[in-house]
Ligand binder design. Structure first.
Ligand code: BTN
Length: 243
C-alpha cells in the first residue's frame, strides 16, 4: 500500500487518474488530500468538505479478470467495508442508500465515487473516491449532511481512521473474485436503506410516486414495486429517492 498525501488538489480521483496516465502505479496506491478545490460527487454533483476536518481520498484497485457484468460487486464491497468500519466506531442506525451513500439515520456521512476503466468486457482498474465527513460540524447548503463528530459527540483521529478504512477496503477488495455475487448481495441488501418499506421517488422532472425497494438487479439497478404491483428497474440517473 503506497499513500500519497497532498495538502490540496482539485480532486483526489482526478489526481490519481492523471498520475495513472503518466506512470504505472501499483495496486492499492492511495491519494489523500487535506483539501479539495473541485471535489466531485455522483451524477455531476460537487463534493464539499471543510479543509483538514474530513477524509477525502482515492484508492486505485487493479482487477485481474473482473467482468463488466460484475461491476456492482465493487460498489457493494466498498459500501460494506465503509459500513463495517463505521459500525465498529459505534455509529448508530447505519444504512447504505443505493448505490453507495452511507447514512446514519437519515443523515449522509459518507459519499463514494467509483470510476472504472474498461478494456473489452473487463474492468481493468477502479479509482475509488471516498469522502467521509469526520470532524466537520457546520454544513451550510447540505441539509442532509452530517459527520462522525456530530453523531458521536467526539473528535476522531483522521490518520487512524484512514488506516482502518484502507485495511478494511483491502480485505473486501482482495476477496472480490472469490466472494460470490449472492453472498455479497445479501450482505449489501441487509443494510440497504428503505428496503421493503414504501418510499417516495421521482424520475428526472417527473411527478413524485410511491414505490417499495425490493432489491438490486445483477446490473446494479434498483428494483422497485410500484403501487399497481408492477416491477420496475432504475439506473442511478433515472431515479431519485426522497427521504
Ligand atoms: C457522492 O456522494 O456524490 C460521492 C462523493 C465522493 C467524494 C470523494 S472525496 C474523494 C474523491 N475525490 C473526489 O473528487 N470525489 C471523491
Amino acid at each position: 500500500m503506497k499513500i500519497i498525501k497532498l495538502s490540496a488538489t482539485e480532486s483526489t480521483n482526478d489526481y490519481l487518474k492523471e498520475l495513472m496516465s503518466l506512470k504505472r502505479l501499483s495496486d492499492f496506491t492511495i491519494v489523500t488530500a487535506d483539501a479539495q478545490t473541485k471535489g466531485r460527487g455522483q451524477v455531476s454533483a460537487s463534493w464539499e468538505s471543510e479543509p483538514g476536518k474530513n477524509l477525502t481520498f482515492s484508492v486505485l484497485k487493479r482487477h485481474n479478470g473482473l467482468y463488466l457484468d460484475n461491476h456492482f460487486m465493487i460498489s457493494m464491497c466498498v459500501s460494506c467495508a465503509v459500513y463495517e468500519v463505521l459500525l465498529n466506531l459505534g455509529l448508530p442506525r447505519l444504512r447504505v442508500k443505493w448505490p453507495n451513500d452511507i447514512l446514519s439515520g437519515t443523515s449522509k456521512v459518507c459519499g463514494i465515487l467509483i470510476e472504472n476503466s474498461i478494456a473489452g468486457q473487463k474492468i481493468q482498474t477502479s479509482v475509488i473516491g471516498i469522502g467521509l465527513n469526520v470532524n466537520q460540524v457546520l454544513f451550510s447548503n447540505q441539509a442532509k449532511a452530517s459527520s462522525l463528530k456530530l453523531v458521536l459527540g467526539r473528535e476522531i483521529n483522521l490518520d487512524n481512521l484512514l488506516q482502518t478504512l484502507l485495511d478494511t477496503l483491502q480485505r473486501y477488495l482482495n476477496d472480490i473474485r472469490s466472494s460470490t455475487w449472492n453472498s455479497m448481495l445479501s450482505q449489501y441488501e441487509n443494510i440497504l436503506f428503505n428496503k421493503n418499506s414504501p418510499a417516495t421517488f421521482q424520475e428526472p422532472n417527473g411527478p413524485l410516486f410511491t414505490g417499495i425497494i425490493k432489491g438490486i438487479t445483477k446490473e446494479g439497478k434498483l428494483r422497485l414495486t410500484l403501487e399497481d404491483d408492477s416491477v420496475r428497474e432504475y439506473d442511478l440517473k433515472e431515479i431519485k429517492l426522497h427521504y
